[in-house]
Design a protein around this ligand. Sequence first.
Ligand code: SF4
Length: 351
Amino acid sequence: MDTASGRLVAWYEAHRRALPWRETRDAYRIWISEVILQQTRVAQGLDYYLRFTARFPDVRALAAASEDEVLKLWQGLGYYSRARSLHAAAREVVARFGGVFPERYEDVRSLPGIGEYTAAAVCSIAYGQPHAVVDGNVYRVLSRRFDLDVPVDSAPGRKLFAELAASLLDTTRPGLYNQAVMELGALQCVPRSPDCAACPLSDGCLAYARGTVAERPVKRPRRESVRRYFNYLHIRCGGRTLIVRRSGRDIWRGLYEFPLVETTEAVDFAALQRTERWRELFGDFSGFRLLDRVGMPPHVLSHRVIHAVFYRLEADGLPAGDPGLLAVSEAELDDYAVSRLTQVYLEGPDR
Ligand code: SF4
């Protein structure tokens, strides 16, 4: 057990941020907060959490929702597979556990999208079970405290830090202890220039003593990003436009977007019209008038950079070459969940 646990927990009780998921032992709400916080910072996550739990106050309400509605509420957080897993897990809780969030770690871990971190967080915070959490904040605190240079994102690193975190866990109050370490990483042991003199763990922090704080944690070299070229066609005709639901094993599955022609490099509009995908989408239809071309700043995702261009077109009818095309009124467009990229485009002038 961590000999510094008392200092750490005392620091937490004095400094912790008041957040609604800290005022509850409801495993469902703690789970929702953990999944949202894996996506975003607390300030933005709070807003999503409040909207999500207001609309879906319990697991049954989430299970009964449509996937489109769940994705719409998730819009802007990214990693939509997490939202789909959240929804699928809620349905499993209803089907397998009678709508009551399970208590056994193995049962929690068996739900879609719930990994070791989330299961440990929910089981320790909601049920007081002795499972140590290891997230980015914990990696940072531990790698500095013990001055460890094993890359935290390598297999040996993950194993080492999981074992270390488990050996340090205060089993008399695991939920409180876990939250204290994570909060220390979020507020005190911050990535850049932490104020070590004010830290409850400065006594005995090896990186502080050795002057290696800025070099911890160590990560593996970054993989090079793949570039993708997305050419979107925002087609208008009499107040209506065309959208498509993304499918297949790719980013943004289940979200809606304008008809897309992906190319292997940046191309102009004339070249776009000669692609096979264009023909699949629109057949021989040629009643388009190009109004504008809106190039977006590079959109960075993990290991990918999307170079997107939106072409604004006026059409003298809505072509229906591809069966996936949906004709919707422009006023209804807001009801459909879209990627952050499309959202940014739609928020631009004259859209
Ligand atoms: S002393 Fe500094 S580096 Fe060590 S745990 Fe505290 S804030 Fe982090």
